[in-house]
Design a protein around this ligand. Structure first.
Ligand SMILES: [Zn+2]
Ligand SMILES: [Zn+2]
Ligand SMILES: [Zn+2]
Length: 137
């Protein structure tokens, strides 16, 4: 999947370093969100912790990946769809955590609008639903 990663980096006008290709490739190899720890385990020795951290930060800024909040307060990252760019990087979709395989994935389901009290204005919303995913059901 490094080939796809290469194209995406090119499209976002990012320098195509081996670390970036490798890390972005992981997101194309998996349908679920990845934690920094998992990414560190899967990449080659050439990408150390700092490289992984910096690469994830660049991908977040540029609209290649987005954060997924986990139930334990930790963070995972998921691939963005093609419409995300730096200036427009919204994720109004539901995330689903499977309590059996412990994987969190993006669902193609929009977060419903919640009526807020007067004087409150929403800027961003996150919705994580827990249950059993299609593969474990
Ligand atoms: Zn995005
Ligand atoms: Zn599952
Ligand atoms: Zn998502």
């Amino acid at each position: 999947m490094k080939r796809v990663a290469d194209d995406v980096l090119k499209r976002h006008r990012l320098r195509r370093t081996p670390s970036r290709k490798e890390i972005l490739g992981l997101f194309f190899d998996h349908d679920y969100a990845l934690s920094q720890g998992i990414i560190e385990q899967r990449v080659s020795q050439a990408s150390d912790r700092v490289t992984v951290y910096r690469t994830l930060k660049t991908f977040l800024d540029k609209g290649l990946i987005h954060k997924v909040l986990d139930t334990d307060g930790g963070l995972r990252y998921a691939r963005c769809n093609e419409t995300c760019v730096t200036s427009n990087h919204h994720h109004e979709h539901v995330h689903f955590k499977c309590t059996q395989c412990n994987q969190t994935s993006c669902l193609n389901v929009t977060i419903p609008t919640v009526a807020l009290p007067k004087g409150f204005r929403a800027k961003e919303s996150n919705l994580l639903i827990q249950g059993v995913c299609g593969s474990c059901e």
